[in-house]
Design a protein around this ligand. Structure first.
Ligand SMILES: Nc1ncnc2c1ncn2[C@@H]1O[C@H](COP(=O)(O)OP(=O)(O)O)[C@@H](O)[C@H]1O
Ligand SMILES: O=P(O)(O)O[C@H]1O[C@H](CO)[C@@H](O[C@H]2O[C@H](CO)[C@@H](O)[C@H](O)[C@H]2O)[C@H](O)[C@H]1O
Length: 449
């Protein structure tokens, strides 16, 4: 008896780290499209599949490799053997096969079109098609391929109909000459139900850059290792000057976004509606994570003060999920990655105009995360708590100073708004950690004091 591709995928997909429906049974997996990009041996076939789990159906993208025999180097990504065009073939995840992923580079360079799949090159760029890819090993909700040390191609695994905000934003900002985005080179899209949908984006790979999160943690470790009583500024590895520069870069990115996209203001009645949304999110979070219940009053009080706010709030396109893991320090400056908004939200919400203070709040929360995440299980956790507070306070202040001194707006009753935004972000984080990293839950819970 032969196994169909569909049956193989049901067994395989639940074990993939990008599979969003872990822990829930699959009711149905439908292969929506199979697009042959290369008929050779190995063959490259682009698959879109829909997975139904209860009420929810999620579409995923899988680049499939097909070979008569799979070499040892690809055995770890084998899906199984199935009948393909009358032959028995081994199917595997083609993202890991450099001889197949080079076709994606060629496709973008030559602006290939195969049925509903379109490959695009950013006008004015050329693509070096000789580069070979490796899969980035970072724990990710997508799969990123690094070609040589030149390009990084992010293959979205979960497919949301429409143009990805990341593509829209980096194309506009790079086109306007921003120093704070990695240059885009190309993208792949599909026409799904008549709507152009982004499947992958290729950008300049910042080979000589450090991730903000890693840099911040190095600084926190240095402070923890310094004798109590030594001021943070005298400990090795102080991060405050970098936090200030990051504030500056953030204000510049916000100014560039305001220039490139529409802007607006929201008035007090809309602020009240926004407060209602914050309250509903909190209510739902308490149901999902009962540990939040005892802390929720702190957020409700902040939301009550926000509802009474009597000023206009300027809105524009923003990053939407801004934290230290989304910024990289090159020798020249800070570069911002991943303008996709909060994962899991509908595309329309992720593209909606919002307050730039939402990003400021996200980064402030990230300083708290960096300061506290090494405390869990630390033998001196109690005595280091003061150090954590000191590190977070110092870097928050430096970031805010850099932001406002470069024209980022924080004035009037903005402190009330910022506090509510930080707490609504902490609510999101409580749910995120409960689902993904339960041992990190104390970090966002500590925001409610
Ligand atoms: N242009 C780039 N240059 C170098 N590294 C990058 C680049 N883009 C992403 N990365 C690395 O990949 C990681 C994940 O990228 P990101 O875009 O945030 O993916 P995801 O949306 O899956 O979290 C980043 O934290 C960074 O380490
Ligand atoms: O980078 P993603 O777009 O996948 O964002 C998600 O994962 C983040 C975790 O990597 C999560 O960020 C939270 O943890 C960070 C430390 O790992 C911390 O710096 C952030 O402040 C905190 O929110 C993010 O919320 C989530 O959307």
């Amino acid at each position: 008896m032969t196994t169909s591709l569909q049956e193989l995928l049901v067994g395989w997909i639940t074990g993939q780290r990008w599979f969003a429906g872990k822990g829930r049974a699959i009711d149905d997996l439908a292969v929506d499209t199979l697009t042959e990009l290369d008929p050779g041996d190995p063959a490259l076939v682009h698959a879109l599949v829909s997975v139904r789990q209860g009420e929810r159906t999620t579409q995923y993208q899988i680049p499939l490799g097909l070979r008569a025999q799979v070499p040892d180097r690809l055995k770890h990504v084998l899906i199984g053997s199935c009948d393909w065009q009358g032959r028995r073939m081994c199917a595997y995840d083609a993202a890991h096969d450099a001889s197949l992923t080079s076709r994606l580079l060629n496709g973008m360079d030559s602006e290939l079109r195969v049925r509903r799949l379109g490959f695009h090159r950013v006008p004015g760029t050329s693509i070096d098609t000789s580069q070979r890819s490796l899969v980035l090993t970072a724990e990710q909700s997508n799969t990123s391929l690094v070609y040589g040390d030149m390009y990084i191609l992010k293959l979205f695994r979960q497919i949301t109909p429409g143009i990805n905000p990341e593509l829209e934003v980096i194309t506009a900002l790079a086109g306007a000459g921003s120093a704070h985005v990695a240059r885009p080179y190309g993208w792949i899209e599909a026409e799904l139900d008549g709507e152009a949908t982004t499947l992958a984006i290729m950008q300049e790979y910042l080979s000589n850059a450090n991730e903000g999160w890693t840099m911040a943690l190095t600084s926190v470790r240095d402070l923890y290792a310094t004798a109590q009583g030594t001021p943070a500024e005298d400990a090795g590895g102080d991060f405050a000057a970098e936090a200030f520069r990051l504030g500056t870069a953030t204000a510049e990115v916000h100014a560039e976004l305001a220039e490139a996209f529409p802007t607006g203001v929201i008035e007090p009645p809309e602020i009240k509606r926004m407060t209602e949304r914050f309250r509903r999110r909190l209510e739902k979070a308490v149901v999902e994570v009962p540990a939040l219940a005892g802390h929720a009053h702190v957020a409700y009080e902040a939301f009550d003060r926000l509802a009474d706010l009597d000023q206009e709030i300027p809105v524009q396109r923003v990053h939407g999920d801004y934290h230290l893991g989304q910024v990289m320090r090159t020798p020249a400056d800070w570069v911002v990655l991943d303008f996709e908004g909060e994962p899991g939200q509908p595309l329309a919400d992720r593209r909606a105009l919002d307050s730039p203070l939402r990003d400021v709040a996200g980064m402030l929360r990230s300083f708290e995360y960096a300061a506290r995440h090494l405390l869990a299980g630390h033998p001196r956790a109690d005595s280091l708590e003061r150090r954590a507070q000191e590190w977070a306070a110092r870097n928050r202040a430096a970031f805010l100073a850099g932001y406002s001194e470069t024209g980022g707006r924080i004035r009037g009753q903005d402190a009330v708004f910022l506090r509510a935004l930080e707490l609504t972000k902490a609510v999101y984080e409580v749910v995120y950690e409960a689902r993904n990293r339960p041992s990190w839950l104390p970090i966002p819970l500590s925001a409610f004091s």
